[in-house]
Design a binder for this molecule. Structure first.
Ligand SMILES: *[C@@H]1O[C@H](CO)[C@@H](O)[C@H](O)[C@H]1NC(C)=O
Ligand SMILES: *[C@@H]1O[C@H](CO)[C@@H](O)[C@H](O)[C@H]1NC(C)=O
Ligand SMILES: *[C@@H]1O[C@H](CO)[C@@H](O)[C@H](O)[C@H]1NC(C)=O
Length: 504
């Protein structure tokens, strides 16, 4: 029986059947169909909601990865946001105009859309070497895991309520497109579209880096200058180890034959961070070498320079120039293992990836203000005895990861007296340290401060520097100060030179 016949049958029972009514009923039928479709859609969405957003355990090329990120964002608009820090570089200028790929970042947090005063920012960056692919997929899994477990997992909720987590699944999307699944070694896809190794492309503390700066590197450096990241890891492949700074050393020419460690003033913290990752990992802490004759890493950690020194690495740059503690994670012996192995990589790394980020809530945090409570931006800070400094943000915030102990914080800002403040760090909460700086009044000058204040008046040394190292090669050394300068001043001078890469 046809549709029209059906209607005729029903409506011939006393109803005045005309074309208008048939049209109405046709459209009612249409509405019912739409209702069924909508119901199925809602049902499927509900299933997805109950099961949680799932990212398939597979490699995602650029277009698929972009879709995953945007689908995640659509499904969890209140827990995620997406931004691009820039574009990848192409081999020619013309391709650059049409075929670029974005360097996507997804923020996962209770506060994904804007910075919240006092909340630290942390990041993971993966796939900087395009053929080291596992980290790229782990970060997609991690993003989905965080948002789907937010309601029921106390640790995840605590992390997301108190931290802004920035995940960049691919810093080298062009390299990844060229890389080949199953290639465990080799360099196809390692560099960007112009063949540059991005982990040799940053300014270096120990050696002049003459490599032409790539767009990906510049985008990352701009990113780091805009957001004060406190903790970070850079996900690689080709070994199984958590590697901490420094990656380079002043003697790397000789060290190429017998590598020796080059430790940072924050060695205790970096070793701890690397061990947190390694000990939370399913197997990394065992330190079993990838191949019979490859290097053994006790506890699954190593100092970068002790393994092999390299110039222009990203982790040293994060630490020295941006006050961000970054380590480099080598997550798979095979650089680009088969997709069938991704589930086991995720299971091995899930806990480590979560626990490591929690380490940002350790040490000291606070605000630097003037005597009227106005935040001081760009105040130079360092923990006494640790000559790599860091700076306050626009809101006067600072964070520094420290192990339990007693410390002295030093702060200096243009036009203010130097401040020194002792404090105690005890596990597990970070200690609050709010510091107020005062403008020197000529009547209140104490003898010990005199040189400093005089030096501050006209000397470039005490002018709040811009992010000079970000814009190009390190600036020239500052003019020599009088030999009679107080030792405190000398200490600061050494600290400042290190901080800005002026090696004396
Ligand atoms: C997101 O937050 C807004 C405002 O709090 C709320 O109205 C909306 O329902 C939330 N959306 C989701 C998908 O949770
Ligand atoms: C390995 O870890 C253990 C436990 O923390 C520590 O006692 C030991 O010193 C570490 N070994 C190395 C070589 O770092
Ligand atoms: C430090 O200052 C912040 C912001 O003004 C405030 O929220 C916090 O409670 C202060 N902490 C202490 C220990 O004074």
């Amino acid at each position: 029986m046809t549709f029209k016949g059906n209607l005729t049958l029903i409506f011939s029972l006393g109803l005045n059947l005309d074309h208008e009514i048939i049209a109405t009923m046709k459209s009612a039928y249409w509405y019912v169909s739409m209702l069924v479709v909508a119901f199925v859609y809602v049902y499927l969405t509900a299933i997805q909601y109950v099961r949680g957003f799932q990212v398939d355990m597979n490699y995602h090329k650029y277009v698929d990865m972009t879709n995953v990120l945007f689908n995640l964002n659509r499904a969890y608009p209140n827990l995620t946001s997406i931004y691009s820090i820039g574009k990848s570089v192409k081999s020619t200028r013309w391709l650059q105009l049409i075929a670029y790929r974005d360097l996507w970042v997804i923020v996962v947090s209770k506060y994904p859309h804007h910075h919240v005063k006092g909340l630290p920012n942390v990041k993971y960056v993966a796939n900087m070497h395009g053929n080291e692919a596992v980290g790229r997929e782990l970060l997609l899994q991690l993003a989905a895991y965080l948002v789907t477990n937010y309601p029921q997992d106390d640790y995840v909720r605590h992390l997301m309520d108190n931290t802004r987590i920035h995940l960049m699944p691919s810093m080298n999307p062009d390299g990844f497109e060229a890389a080949i699944e199953g290639n465990c070694q080799g360099t196809v896809g390692r560099g960007n579209a112009r063949g540059f190794d991005l982990n040799r492309n940053f300014p270096d503390l120990f050696k002049e880096n003459r490599k032409e700066e790539q767009l990906e590197t510049k985008s990352v450096r701009d990113w780091l200058s805009k957001i004060q990241f406190v903790l970070s890891a850079n996900l690689h492949g080709g070994a199984l180890v958590a590697n901490y700074p420094y990656d380079n050393s002043p003697t790397s020419l000789f060290a190429a034959f017998s590598s020796s460690p080059n430790l940072t003033p924050d060695h205790d913290v970096f070793k701890h961070l690397a061990e947190v990752y390694s000990f939370s990992h399913a197997i990394m802490f065992r330190g079993v070498p990838c191949m019979r004759n490859s290097q053994v890493f006790p506890n699954g950690t190593t100092n970068g320079a002790a393994w092999y020194p390299l110039t222009g690495g990203m982790q040293d740059y994060n630490y020295v120039w941006n006050g961000c503690m970054e380590i480099t994670l080598e997550l798979s012996c095979c650089k680009y293992p088969s997709a069938a192995e991704l589930t086991s990589f995720w299971n091995d790394n899930k806990k480590s990836l979560l626990v490591f980020l929690g380490e940002v809530h350790r040490g000291v945090k606070g605000f630097v203000t003037d005597e009227y409570g106005n935040p001081l931006e760009g105040a130079e800070m360092k923990v006494e005895g640790r000559d790599i400094g860091f700076k306050t943000t626009k809101m006067g915030e600072f964070w520094r990861i420290l192990l339990p102990g007693t410390y002295v914080m030093q702060v200096v800002a243009d036009g203010f007296e130097i401040k020194k403040q002792a404090f105690v760090v005890a596990d597990p909460q970070p200690v609050w340290l709010n510091l107020t700086l005062f403008r020197p009044s000529s009547a209140a000058v104490r003898p010990g401060d005199f040189d400093l204040i005089n030096a501050g008046a006209g000397s470039s040394l005490f002018r709040t520097p811009e992010f000079a190292p970000l814009m190009g090669p390190p600036p020239p050394p500052p003019p020599q100060l009088q030999p009679q300068s107080a030792s405190l001043l000398r200490n600061f001078q050494v600290g400042f030179r290190r901080m800005f890469g002026w090696m004396g």
